[in-house]
Design a protein around this ligand. Structure first.
Ligand SMILES: Cc1ncc(COP(=O)(O)O)c(C=O)c1O
Length: 388
C-alpha cells in the first residue's frame, strides 16, 4: 500500500484521464483530473491477485451468480455495518446505476416521478430522464455548513405522481452521513405518501476514522416493505471498471416484482467484478482502513488551504473523497470560476450537474497521491490569487 506513488494511467482507457479533454477541455498531459469518482491509487493486492489468477489461467469468459460472493457480501455487511443480510435478498447488476434503472423500471412507469434530494449525483438525473421519468427536486437546506432534508417543503411539492424517493447515503456530493433519526423521518414520509425508498449506499465504506455510516435498513427496519438498497464494492475499493453492483431487497413481494425486470434485462454478471467484489469483502478490510485514513488526511490538507481562500467555502465531510466547494462568496459567475479552474488545468465537476442548489459550487475528487493534491491546491490558489 503506497498511496503516495504517482502513476501514469492515461493510456489505459480510463474515463478519468482518457475523456478529460473531451468533457472538461483540460489536457490530460498537463492537467489534474479531479472529476470522475475513481481514486488514483492501486487497488488492494488481494483484488489484483484474483485478476492475475484469471490472466494466468488464460480464461476470460462468462461467469455466473455464485453463492460465495453473496456470502462475502453478507459477512462484510454484518461485520462493517451491523446489518444481517440473507444471501437470497441479493441481486447483481452491471453497476449501481444499472440497478437504479431496474428499480425505476420496476416501481414506476414513464411519466411518473422520482424524488431526488439535490444537489446530488448526476447520473440519477440522466438515467431517470433517459427512461422518461419525471424528476422532482427537493432542495437540501444548508444549516451549520451541512445539508439537511426539508420533508415539510417536499410534502408541499408532491403532486401524487411520485413513486420513488432516492436517498444518496452517504451523500454525494458533500460526504454527508445521514443520522438514524433523519433516515427514520424519511422512512415515515415514504410510508405516509406510499413511496418506494431507494437507498444508494455505494460510498458506505469511505467513512473517515471515527465516523460511521448507518445503512437505511438498520436505521429504519420499519421501511422494509418499501425499501430497496443498492450498493457495491466498486467505489470504496476503486474497482468500478468491474461494473458490478448489487441490489438488496429484504421484502419478498418487492423482490418478486424486481425479479421480473431483472429476468427481462439481466445477463450473466461480470465475472471479474464478482471475483473482485468477493476479494474486497473477504480480505480488503486492512486496505480499506488505510485508504480512509489517507483520504481523511488529504481532506484536512485540502480544507485548510482551499477553505482559507476568501469567498471559497469547503463543505466539511466525514466520508467520501468528493469535496463540495462553494464559490458563491467570490461574487463570480459559475462560468468565470469554471474558466479559472480549467485554465489552471483543474478538471473538476461543475456544480450545476448536480441539480438545484449546485449552481455556484464545484465538486473536486481529492483521492490522489498527496504530492499531486498539493500541486492541485497550489494551482487553485494561483487561479484565485487576486482574491487574497
Ligand atoms: C452515489 C453514486 N451512485 C452510483 C455511482 C456509480 O455506480 P456504478 O458505476 O456502479 O454504476 C456513483 C459514482 O460515483 C455514485 O456516486
Amino acid at each position: 500500500m503506497n498511496f503516495d506513488e504517482i502513476k501514469d494511467r492515461r493510456d489505459l482507457y480510463t474515463s478519468k484521464w482518457g475523456r478529460m479533454e473531451q468533457f472538461c477541455g483540460v489536457s490530460p498531459d498537463t492537467g489534474i483530473a479531479m472529476w470522475v469518482a475513481d481514486m488514483d491509487f492501486d487497488a488492494a493486492d488481494c483484488i489484483r491477485d484474483v485478476l492475475q489468477a484469471n490472466i494466468d489461467a488464460g480464461f476470460l469468459g462468462y461467469g455466473y451468480h455464485t453463492d460465495d460472493v453473496c456470502a462475502a457480501i453478507c459477512g462484510w455487511m454484518k461485520e462493517q455495518h451491523g446489518w444481517t443480510v440473507s444471501p437470497d435478498w441479493i441481486r447483481f447488476s452491471h453497476g449501481v446505476v444499472a440497478g437504479f434503472a431496474n428499480v425505476l423500471a420496476t416501481f414506476s412507469d414513464p411519466g411518473e416521478a422520482v424524488i431526488l434530494f439535490t444537489p446530488v449525483y448526476h447520473a440519477f438525473f440522466s438515467k431517470a430522464r433517459a427512461m422518461g421519468r419525471e424528476i422532482l427536486q427537493s432542495k437540501l437546506v444548508l444549516r451549520d455548513g451541512q445539508y439537511h432534508m426539508d420533508l415539510d417543503a417536499l410534502a408541499a411539492q408532491l403532486t401524487g405522481n411520485e413513486r420513488i424517493v432516492t436517498l444518496c447515503s452517504p451523500h454525494n456530493p458533500g460526504g454527508r452521513l445521514w443520522s438514524a433519526d433523519e433516515i427514520r423521518a424519511l422512512a415515515a414520509f415514504c410510508e405516509t405518501h406510499d413511496l418506494i425508498l431507494c437507498s444508494d449506499e455505494i460510498h458506505m465504506d469511505l467513512t473517515f476514522p471515527g465516523a460511521r455510516h448507518i445503512p437505511t435498513a438498520v436505521a429504519a427496519p420499519e421501511a422494509t416493505p418499501r425499501l430497496v438498497t443498492f450498493t457495491a464494492a466498486s467505489k470504496c475499493f476503486n474497482i468500478a471498471g468491474g461494473e458490478t453492483g448489487f441490489v438488496i431487497i429484504e421484502d419478498a413481494a418487492l423482490r418478486a416484482r424486481y425479479d421480473v425486470i431483472q429476468g427481462d434485462r439481466g445477463s450473466s454478471p461480470n465475472r471479474f467484478g464478482m471475483q473482485m467484489t468477493k476479494a474486497a469483502f473477504t480480505d480488503g478490510a486492512e486496505w480499506s482502513a488505510a485508504v480512509r485514513a489517507y483520504l481523511a488526511e488529504n481532506f484536512a490538507l485540502w480544507r485548510n488551504r482551499i477553505g482559507a481562500l476568501p469567498g471559497i467555502e469547503v463543505m466539511d465531510m466525514s466520508c467520501t473523497y468528493l469535496s463540495w466547494v462553494d464559490f458563491s462568496g467570490t461574487g463570480m459567475t459559475p462560468k468565470e470560476t469554471t474558466g479559472r479552474l480549467h485554465s489552471a488545468g483543474i478538471a473538476m465537476s461543475p456544480g450545476a450537474q448536480f441539480g438545484d442548489g449546485g449552481e455556484d459550487w464545484h465538486r473536486f475528487n481529492i483521492a490522489m497521491p498527496r504530492a499531486r493534491l498539493e500541486e492541485a491546491i497550489e494551482r487553485i490558489e494561483g487561479a484565485f490569487a487576486d482574491l487574497q
